[in-house]
Ligand binder design. Sequence first.
Ligand code: PLP
Length: 412
Amino acid sequence: MAELSPVLKQATPVVAAYGEGVNLFDEQGRRYLDFTAGIGVTSTGHCHPRVVAAAQEQVGRLIHGQYTTVMHRPLLTLVERLGEVLPPGLDRVFFANSGSEAVEAALRLARQATGRPNIVVFHGGFHGRTVAAASLTTSGTKFRTGFAPLMAGVHVSPFPDPTHFGWSREESTSFALRQLDYVLQTLSAPGDTAAFLVEPVLGEGGYVPASREFFAGLRERADRHGILLIIDEVQTGWGRTGKFWGAEHFDAAADILITAKGLASGFPLSGIAASYALMEKALPGSQGGTYGANAVACAAAIATLDVIKDEGLVENAAARGAQLMDVLHEVADHYKQITDVRGLGLMIGNEFHDAEGNPDGATAAAVQQEAARQGLLLLTCGAWGQVVRFIPALVVGEHDVTEAGEIWARSV
Ligand code: PLP
């Protein structure tokens, strides 16, 4: 008999048997309200009938058609359909399987296209667990410790995070941009800097939205120095924040956009999008992988896009997100250990601090465990695990949000 490696730390004791919309059922048939969505992946809910039908149909037709050997219809259709949602100018796409692989694809493209070695990342960013993606990740030591040497050429600059210093959004933005200039002056000369890599909302780093002024500052410096702006929309894309792309909140225009998670409702699929002028600079054969753009995953992604459009899920994420924000603020008003409630759309974090004002991961974990016991699945994030986050599927209903709020209030 084998057992799972202890490296896996399961956030709840639940063994899921089946899922339906925002509900998960365990092997004893107990229902859980799932406000984790597989870490923001099952955008259309668990087993949406149209996604299931599309995947089943494709399984019987063609499961795997390797894109460096043959094309297949779901891939070609998906590429065409992505034109409906990709930002203007980003009309060339490339697919992989996970967020980390897409981050690596963006990194390779940026270095090859510019001929420059360095990447500037922003403190608290999470970009994945492969060695290159971990080298770009600064949201917690656990993602980097013990497997050095990490990739060279990565420099870290502050993210406009107002949470820990009692700053305003304007102060944190101005600090972040001044420090970025300092990094470009002292660590990573503009002529050596291939790209800025940034999330619109820090995800694993604690659900901290960036600001419009910060992105304007990044864009201006990128244009001035010929640096590429890579926006990691792995967690914020596909309607999660109440707009199709998180960067839309900040009028931010990427040179390379990275997507994964919500894209195929749970099937492994990720991708990058950029202009033709940029993509043509990638060396042939330098991107690719055996499983990239799996036919069933592509069919599921097309169905996901249909469902998001036909059911108005981006609008629903905005409306239910506003409701959830109100509910969570109301709870926080009664509990002084919740010091901040923040986020965009259906991506909301509750920050826990102890009596001395320090980030309090122990209390956040205890509340998360209690919520699971009471039937509400949640996750934590933040460098200290001090943030309990709510990321339900975009199909979440008004009543689900009310029920989640009631369980949350009891758990806190
Ligand atoms: N980038 C962001 C913003 C993420 O949130 C994640 C995963 O949570 C990743 C990259 C890595 O994705 P994956 O876990 O699919 O490799």
